[in-house]
Write a protein that binds this ligand. Sequence first.
Ligand code: LLP
Length: 447
Amino acid sequence: MDHFSYRDGRLHCEEVDLIDLARLAGTPTYVYSRATLTHHYTRLAEAFAAARPTICFSVKSCPNLGVLRTLAALGSGMDVVSGGELCRALLAGVPGERIVYAGVGKTDAEIIEALDAGVGTFNIESEMEFQVIAALAAERGATARAALRVNPDVDPATHKYTTTGTAETKFGVDLSRAREFFRRFAGHRHLRLTGLHLHIGSPVASPEPYVRALEKTAATVDDLARDGHVIDTLDVGGGFGADYRTGQSILASDYAARIVPRLAPMVERGIRIILEPGRFITANAGVLLASVQYVKQSTAKKFLVCDAGMHTLIRPALYGAFHFVWPASCAPQHVPPRRDERPDLPGLEPCDVVGPICESSDFLAQDRPLPPVARGDVLAVFGAGAYGMSMASRYNSHPLPAEVLVDGPRASVVRRRETYDDLLAHEREPRALTIGNPAADRRDTPP
Ligand code: LLP
């Protein structure tokens, strides 16, 4: 369920008319619904309530501060994977101890920032990473907590590029090596290894891969307990699916019905459960508004050329992902009953919805039956709240789009549209590097 709906043929986000909004804010613009963010967060929290989870929102799915503040106000923790995400989570008011820090390539500078912020848990991806974080913590006289990210070698049945829980991916440490890992590193005074972390992929359309991963992991938790280790945290990761097509995704309660019973024995032993949902909360809490620049007919196809493309929303180009696209204003007979690939309505014509980028991968939708559309019309790309703006680029030197957060009848620009000044800001003053003087050159590394 989300708060985007057509009223009298005009798409609204909560109480806000999106044609009016597009006129005011321009396009391309991402629009997020605060009520939908809240609804999705609450639905997941309620479905998993029996496991008393700490929910750590996966910042990478939609890192806008307005979105993070909305979720922080609901009590959400955050899952971060970089110094930049950590900075955003802290700015949003999330206390360090409710932040989990994952990612295979944490730099020394990022680790130090995270130690200084007192992050709750480092999710550890390798032996070498444990040693680096432990040494940095010891140098600073700090004590941090760690969870070992295990790779259970379970196929999440999702896109190859977003599969993370199979043996050939770079993620985690083979589950079979967990006991040896704990034998070597548990008991470290500055990095207390007391948890396990999983994230098998994204999106995971069924609960079954989680069940398989949890069954394997539960056996390891038992082994570790027998070896005398204290395990106090199990982070199940994210990956819960979103409804990109109406009715396509299973409900939070369907995931919970299969997953919670696997967690129950661990909860009974006092193990704290962490969930890291991203897209479940944000995907359908956001649409992308784009304007049609040109309608172009070739011998083979009809193209709607928009001011948004693969630089604005890369998911169709990168993963062949489906996003429902529809005019934000349409005749009564064309109001779509469902967000479906091929709505069964009269007078539709197949179109490719494409952008301005000089690549043939630059499409938002292909061969999609759409009602008649003219130059200047606004299209809405649904399900764009997750991995939309967060993966947007300035390719072909397009400034990044605006982001707007809607709350009932109010709409606020939570990120202004970039200008050409923003595009050029980092190139205005070329600075000669003092080769051979590392101290001087180090100034070029980020704060
Ligand atoms: N936790 C960890 C450790 C992750 O790596 C991810 C996502 C999540 C949680 C959240 O997954 P979610 O609940 O949002 O599915 N760009 C791709 C998705 C990449 C996901 C990367 N990791 C897409 O657009 O589908």
